[in-house]
Design a protein around this ligand. Structure first.
Ligand code: AQP
Length: 333
């Protein structure tokens, strides 16, 4: 008998166009995981609301995020790709879990501390309880594994604490998820401030390259990337963060290792190097952009995928939610 595949869960925020950081750090790995795991990939639009959004942009970004994932290789025949807001059990379970989470543990989350600084005096409660919604996302599907970057480790730990607390208080209800430790994912830094990670919501559009940027824009952004006063293409995160970041990106786009890259650009200036990185990234993104343009026109196909995945996720999520409601004592007829 075929062994049941483990459930792997991951989400991505439609808080802007995806960057090459999202692609090389997460999406590309997701594509490779699809054969080995029963994958759920979610466009976490409710999470995006924890910071201010322009409604029409959020709607556009959500749709485009969905088709970008398809264009990048998420296969709806293999994986479940859906929108968080289409499965009301996420918000419902989040509320229930809020009643089993502690202010102290949420206040310790470093992402909350960082992001709340940008919200002035009126910090949204949603930003504070974001990790509880994330716990609900993961626990609804009885997920075994969650691929987590450094910045999400603390949230997964909290998910495990909340799930164990609930299981101990009642009876086993949630699978306790483990972090998925795969091949070390790339961490792509800002092109303008290479000490900071590349983010899709960065105010400086030259700091990131999106999967939608046209070839000439990509090449221009790399030409403007911050390097250093030296001329040597050499990997040294500490002393040469800008150049090292460009090497990392070039390595992701071409599969070459750092030693080969150093050799390739020996004696050449940064100008040649930056052009090569820009071209390699543009070449990598070209087929994704072509597929994206086709999918954007195929509304009927997208609708079919969304309807199928929404029906499937609602069924699975409501099974867990029903159990939780019964256990905590909510009345049913
Ligand atoms: N620069 C990056 N390098 C490598 N991986 C990255 N990821 C994000 N930025 C980089 C990974 O992408 C996945 C989805 O991330 P997300 O969109 O849910 O949230 P995020 O990490 O907050 O991404 P952004 O681009 O920085 O979004 P904003 O600007 O809205 O906060 C995650 O697996 C993440 O590790």
């Amino acid at each position: 008998m075929e062994e049941k595949k483990k459930i792997l869960y991951s989400g991505i925020q439609p808080s802007g166009s995806f960057t090459i950081g999202n692609y090389f750090g997460a999406i590309k790995n997701w594509v490779n995981l699809q054969d080995d795991y029963d994958c759920y990939f979610c466009v976490v639009d409710l999470h995006a609301l924890t910071v201010p959004q322009v409604p029409k942009d959020l709607r556009k970004n959500s749709f485009e995020s969905f088709i970008t994932l398809l264009a990048a290789g998420i296969d709806p025949e293999k994986s479940t790709l859906y929108f968080q807001s289409h499965v009301s059990a996420h918000a419902e379970l989040a509320w229930l879990l809020n009643c089993y989470s502690y202010m102290g543990e949420l206040g310790r989350m470093t992402q909350f501390k960082d992001k709340s600084k940008k919200q002035g005096e009126n910090i949204r409660v949603g930003l504070y309880s974001y990790p509880v919604l994330m716990a609900a996302d993961i626990l609804l599907y009885q997920s075994d594994l969650v691929p987590v970057g450094e910045d999400q480790k603390q949230h997964l730990e909290l998910t495990r604490d909340i799930a164990s607390r609930f299981n101990n208080l009642y009876s086993p209800t949630f699978k306790i998820p483990e972090p998925y430790i795969g091949k070390k994912g790339a961490r792509i830094m800002s092109l303008q401030e290479p000490e900071k990670k590349m983010s899709k919501s960065d105010e400086n559009i030259n700091a990131f390259v999106t999967l939608q940027d046209p070839r000439d824009v990509i090449i221009k952004k790399f030409k403007r990337a911050i390097t250093d006063s030296d001329t040597q293409v050499r990997f040294d995160r500490k002393e040469k963060p800008g150049v090292s970041n460009l090497m990392e990106i070039y390595s992701c786009a071409t599969g070459k290792d750092f030693k080969d890259i150093e050799k390739e650009f020996e004696g050449k200036g940064y100008g040649d190097f930056k052009t090569a990185v820009g071209e390699a990234v543009a070449d990598t993104l070209a087929p994704i952009q072509k597929r994206f343009a086709e999918l954007k026109e195929d509304k009927a196909y997208i609708k079919e995928i969304v309807e199928n995945s929404t029906a499937k996720t609602n069924r699975a999520a409501n099974r867990t939610l029903g159990k939780v409601k019964r256990k905590v004592g909510l009345f049913e007829v």
